[in-house]
Design a protein around this ligand. Structure first.
Ligand SMILES: *Cc1c(COP(=O)(O)O)cnc(C)c1O
Length: 384
């Protein structure tokens, strides 16, 4: 379905359109199947089955166990839950937590909150491509480091982080490992029987599911303190009557994303490479941010010299193109994002950083239109 003001939607990292099949799967649980999953009669039993069916399906799709999946309200909640509560649970062992400078604010702000409570945080540097500094990690890792949080794929510049290398460094130390996979899940293959993390955050609306629902993967036998106290939902860890329709929709959306990945991913990667090559060739004084190939399939992030991203976005929107400067939470401010800062984009380029994120419905014709609009409007802004 096409939105009138965003004829060309290039902001899939901000959110994605819910698929009709997802809506269809959700519909019964928005209407007639309204039973509370905690009740004993038939209607509640059916809700419970839908809920547990969704849990099993999500577990199967990421090669986890159903009891390792905890439903939440989304990525921010999953991140907050792990960072704050696992750190608190482990405070007898130590109060040192490590993360990176380019995490999503849901992780960074949770870490800053821990600092206020007296924890010691280390924010790892990244290289020019946005890859975390593994040598620094080795140096700062200590006996009292309880948790390391490094994202799977960056939401602004798309860089995919070396999680395997982090995990090998942590092996045998007792330090727990969390990854924010909100941008990566459904985009690149993720199998929990291979990915060596203890915790993983995901959010449905980033993979064509509904908003306000997500999950936290917690490897079997790892600590997970109760966080919303009350009823016995989510194994007593997160009380509250479940968002059944949302959870069912999330399972359906993930099923479609995983099923289609083999076809969608190579197509989007080709489209991305085409997009990048043409822009760098045809628009002078432009640079690609993030890793040239170790990046999320649909992510493209450019900086253009002497351009103000906010002005460029206004002009792009006049051409029906919706894109973003930095992360969504930074809109309205011409402030340079913490990610663009961390990768040391040159001063005359940094304010001209724009992100285009493509999705399953993006096609070549749309990319061509974006390139044409970029050429025209950058020329205009540069007074050519
Ligand atoms: C969108 C996003 C989040 C937040 O997820 P919500 O479900 O919107 O709370 C967290 N981390 C990353 C990397 C994201 O892209």
């Amino acid at each position: 379905m096409q939105n009138m003001s965003c004829k060309i939607y290039m902001d899939h990292a901000a959110t994605t359109e819910m698929l009709p099949q997802v809506r269809k799967a959700m519909e019964p649980y928005l209407m007639e199947e309204y039973g509370n999953a905690s009740t004993s009669y038939e209607m509640g039993r059916r809700t419970r089955e839908a809920l547990e069916g969704a849990r099993e399906q999500i577990a199967m799709l990421i090669k986890a166990k159903p009891e390792e999946i905890f439903f939440t309200s989304g990525g921010s909640e999953s991140d907050n839950w792990v960072i704050k509560n696992v750190a608190a649970e482990k405070k007898e062992k130590g109060k040192h937590v490590i993360t990176s400078k380019i995490e999503h604010h849901a992780v960074l702000r949770s870490c800053e909150y821990l600092e206020k409570l007296g924890y010691e945080l280390t924010y790892l540097d990244v290289d020019a491509y946005g890859v975390i500094d593994l040598a620094q990690l080795r140096e700062v890792l200590r006996e009292d480091t309880t948790l390391v949080s490094v994202m799977t794929g960056n939401n602004e510049i798309g860089t995919i982080e070396p999680l395997d290398a982090v995990a090998s460094m942590l092996r045998g130390t007792g330090t727990l490992f969390h990854t924010d996979a909100v941008q990566a899940i459904g985009q690149i293959p993720l199998s929990m029987n291979q990915l060596p993390v203890d915790y993983l955050s995901a959010s449905a609306h980033k993979f064509h599911g509904p908003k306000g629902v997500g999950f936290l993967f917690v490897r079997k036998d790892r600590d997970l303190p109760s966080y919303i106290h009350g009823g016995s939902q989510e194994n007593g860890k997160r009380a509250g009557t479940e968002n059944v329709a949302g959870i069912v929709g999330m399972a359906k959306a993930l099923e479609i994303a995983v099923e289609e990945m083999q076809v969608v991913r190579p197509r989007i990667v080709r489209l991305r490479n085409y997009f990048v090559e043409r822009v760098l060739r045809e628009i002078p004084q432009g640079r690609l941010n993030g890793h040239p190939h170790k990046r999320l399939p649909g992510n493209v992030n450019f900086s253009f010299e002497g351009i103000d991203a906010t002005s460029l976005l206004v002009l792009l929107e006049e051409d029906g193109i919706c894109a973003s400067a930095g992360s969504a939470c930074n809109t309205g401010q011409t402030r340079i994002s913490h990610v663009i800062e961390a990768i040391h984009v040159p001063k005359n380029y940094a304010p001209g950083s724009v992100r285009f994120t493509m999705g399953r419905e993006t096609d070549r014709r749309q990319v061509d239109a974006v390139i044409a609009s970029l050429k025209k409007n950058i020329g205009l802004l540069r007074g050519e």
